[in-house]
Design a protein around this ligand. Sequence first.
Ligand code: ADP
Ligand code: MG
Length: 274
Amino acid sequence: MTPLLEVSGVSHSYHTMEGETNALSHITFSIYNGEFVAIVGPSGCGKTTLLTLLAGLAVPESGTILLNGRPAAESHERIGYMFQRDRLLEWRTILGNVSLGLEIQKRLTPQTREELLSMLDAYGLGEFAHSRPSELSGGMRQRAALIRTLALKPDLLLLDEPFSALDYQTRLTVCDDISSIIRKNRKTAVLVTHDLSEAISAADRILVLSPRPGTLKGEISLDFAGETSPIRRRNMPQFSTYFNSVWKELKTDETVSHEQIPEETAAAEPSAPE
Ligand code: ADP
Ligand code: MG
């Protein structure tokens, strides 16, 4: 079976007035149709950079990224991208927000509008279709942002720390909701996070990145005997075993990096998207 996504030997640097920042180094992995893969790594290790490259928004300095066999930047696959903050437009209703992408692509028809309304219904936002984003809770807003992304029927869903702006309780439920929506729709998804509990609770497989420059340190396939609910997974005995093994890898590396490049590490955290 050809992977949906094939990343081979990818390295990437940023060149600025201050010099060169090597963000990613020799990353190789594949993702198959229908998989839910989490990528974990400390802040500043190149996770957002990697997603930007996967989305074809930038071309890697070296190495290749293929989507169904074509370079990501030229591929015909539809890619959905979900950010840390929901980026809903406050002056539009929820229906207006979730239909924005289709409207821009001139694909909003009475039929696609109906589909959106039934998606809002299915995900508990039906009665808020005509409300403004400010009337919704953080978790509901994030669900609306996911529906907006799914409305374009992406072949690959890229999620960049989508829960990190939420408080802990909300985060658990929204992570549960959102991963069940992704699984119900059988989407191939890549979830980037610095929170390894989140990764273990949601994904089928975890890729562990080292501190910057991000290299692929390890890969762990998760087996929760078919259980896909993040909240239920957190109570299963496997959870803490996986947690300990991933934690050990991440922790060893962080210590090394801070000793080696204290100043750069301190400056490494890019400003969060507003
Ligand atoms: P993460 O998402 O894991 O926190 P990023 O991919 O955002 O990491 O950043 C990786 C490294 O690249 C960081 O050191 C960051 O400061 C740097 N970086 C990210 N974007 C840019 C940019 N546009 N210009 C220069 N450096 C950047
Ligand atoms: Mg990031």
